[in-house]
Design a protein around this ligand. Structure first.
Ligand code: ADP
Length: 580
């Protein structure tokens, strides 16, 4: 032993082994170099050490129970920050679980990167049957904005840089990055490795609108008798809050927020036409869409939702191919929302006509009528609670805490909460989004809590909650300030259906009666509440928020209260026999 030591100490300096790095470290270094500090994921072969090392190198690793929810957390983090959220998964099944969230991110224009470990190319391509063998890159392509694979350690810097740019530039979306197991353990000279990394400069460059498109849009708006501004979640994402407020207030035009744009201006703003939504969509003769698509959520810009009055559309969007996707757009303005809105504001001079008193008066009249009707519905106190009386209690508590993040999903729970719960600050409401999907609840809640460090209240239908309920353990493990309220009406839509055969199985829409979801969180050390009246719900929510702890309120709702598919009955073909 002494001989060996001596030999080592006597070795000439130039023979010293060069400092080496490997794929694991290069991935982490590349992310950190680009100011990415959090990974949402679930460990396993071959990425466990990547997660361990990321934590050891000072990154935050939030481990989930199912990859879909890690992906949803990453996506909402991306939406909140304009930095791509990172989701890390194992190969094949883990990748496929994460792919649902990636597809949802792309659909919603949320920037995220799904990084998955994968099996060896040689074996996958010859289909020789590897552990979790799958051609993940090709599987991801149709559902991602872009998809890349890195085979050599010296390309990791380029791979991460391309993924970041693809996720956040232009229309944001989901990007897939495939890292075969062999890449992670590849070694290379540490200095060369460091030099191969790229710090992305100006990842989402501003895109200025052309002056003629701005003039065209202003001319169209000037000719309007009954103008309307429609704010979508693209407007909230753009973080151009001050410019948007200026446009709305300087022009005096009434506006409608799409659900995730609620709070961009406070819902109590005098120009909000939310309470007269049907009326303004039907009656407006000119609609300026800002970061909103004319998809199914807006009845594709036609049909009875939009009434008989002929309309002209102005559309502000970063994606030129969005224009004319459903109806003719008279004045497209292509660019980033901050730049486009600033240019429009600059063009609103003293000659720009204010909307007529006739138009704003008619809207106010309709608003007041609807608000009175709603107030009467909310004032009722049925026993058991219905959606309205429960939401009134939640609304009144949340009014006192405008900083709270709200996550919302379900059928009836989503429909009612969207209109009853007011939002006061931008990017605080996260919901089922463009697909109208269920299952985002706990993923979005965790993503929002981790990203903001602030309280989250998740308003969940009992069915919707079921998709991600196991993540309560994750919430408790990281001690996150998330209060989940489960609207428990014993089933999907409601809990009253019966099996017409009288057989042993319950009807397809029915769950266990009188389940106690609050007991679930207690299993992991969180605090559970059971609320059967609005007063109990108010008290529970106040206590939950005060504690700043993981909490769950089982809100017992009348099992007959929900309607089939919430407000989407038109999308749900029902058999003639069932309708009777
Ligand atoms: P909503 O569901 O609220 O109506 P959508 O998701 O349908 O909103 O629309 C968002 C739109 O915003 C997309 O067409 C997207 O291209 C656009 N968008 C996203 N970010 C920006 C941005 N920074 N500047 C301009 N447009 C943007």
């Amino acid at each position: 032993m002494a001989d060996v030591l001596e030999a080592t100490t006597q070795a000439p300096v130039e023979a010293k082994a060069p400092q080496m790095t490997d794929g694991f470290h290069l991935v982490i270094d590349a992310l950190k170099l680009n100011d990415i500090d959090t990974i949402f994921g679930l460990v396993g072969i071959p990425i466990t050490d990547l997660a361990r090392l990321a934590q050891a190198e000072g990154m935050r690793f939030i481990g989930f129970r199912h990859e879909q929810h890690a992906g949803n957390a990453a996506a909402i983090a991306g939406y909140m920050t304009q930095k791509p959220g990172i989701c890390l998964t194992v190969s094949a099944p883990g990748f496929l679980n994460g792919l649902t969230a990636l597809a949802n991110a792309t659909t919603n224009c949320f920037p995220m990167i799904l990084i998955s470990g994968s099996s060896e190319r040689e074996i996958v391509d010859l289909q020789q049957g590897d552990y979790e063998e799958m051609d993940q890159l090709n599987a991801a392509k149709p559902y991602a904005k872009a998809a890349y694979r890195v085979l050599h350690a010296e390309d990791i810097g380029v791979g991460i840089a391309r993924a970041i740019r693809a996720a956040v530039s232009g229309r944001p979306g989901g990007v897939y990055l495939d890292l075969p197991a062999k890449l992670l353990s590849q070694t290379m000279d540490a200095l060369k490795g460091q030099q191969s990394l790229i710090k992305v400069v100006d990842a989402a460059p501003r895109q200025l609108p052309s002056p003629d498109s701005v003039k065209r849009a202003l001319d169209v708006m000037k000719s309007a008798k009954r103008p309307l501004i429609l704010l979508g979640k693209g407007a909230a994402y753009a973080q151009a809050d001050a410019q948007i407020r200026e446009l709305v207030e300087k022009s005096g035009i009434p506006y409608l927020p799409m659900s995730m744009a609620k709070g961009l201006l406070p819902d109590t703003h005098a120009q909000s036409a939310s309470a007269a939504r049907s009326f303004v969509l039907q009656e407006a003769d000119c609609v300026m869409l800002i970061g909103a698509r004319l998809n199914w959520l807006l009845a594709h810009g036609k049909g009875k939702t939009w009434g008989a009055a002929p309309k002209q559309f102005v559309q502000i969007d970063i994606s030129p191919t969005e224009i004319d996707s459903n109806v003719a757009i008279a004045a497209p303005v292509i660019g980033d929302i901050g730049s486009c809105v600033s240019a429009l504001v600059a063009g609103i001079d003293a000659n720009f006509p204010k909307p007529s008193g006739e138009w704003t008066g008619a809207i106010n009249e309709r608003k007041n009528k609807n608000l009175e009707k709603m107030a009467a519905t909310l004032a009722k106190n049925p026993s058991p609670m219905n959606f309205h009386s429960a939401l009134r209690a939640i609304r009144d508590v949340l009014k006192t805490r405008p900083d709270i993040n709200v996550v919302n999903e379900g059928a009836n729970t989503l429909d009612y909460a969207r209109s009853i719960i007011d939002m006061y600050e931008p990017r605080k409401r996260f919901d089922s989004g463009t697909w109208g999907i269920m299952g985002i609840g706990m993923g979005f809640s965790i993503g929002a809590a981790v990203t903001s460090g602030q309280q989250v209240v998740a308003i969940e239908g009992d069915s919707a909650f079921g998709f991600s309920g196991m993540e309560l353990e994750t919430i408790c493990r990281y001690d996150l300030p998330v209060c989940t309220i489960v609207f428990n009406n014993n089933g999907v839509y409601r809990g009253t259906d019966v099996n017409p055969t009288g057989g042993k199985d319950v009807a397809p829409t029915v769950f266990v009666k009188n389940a106690r979801y609050d007991k679930m969180i207690e299993a992991f050390g969180g605090i559970g509440f059971n609320a059967t009246t609005p007063e109990e719900l108010t008290h529970a929510l106040q206590e939950a928020i005060k504690s700043g702890k993981p909490t769950l309120i089982n809100a017992v709702i009348d099992e007959a209260a929900g309607t089939e598919s919430g407000r989407l009955t038109n999308l749900n073909p029902q058999s003639a026999a069932m309708k009777k």
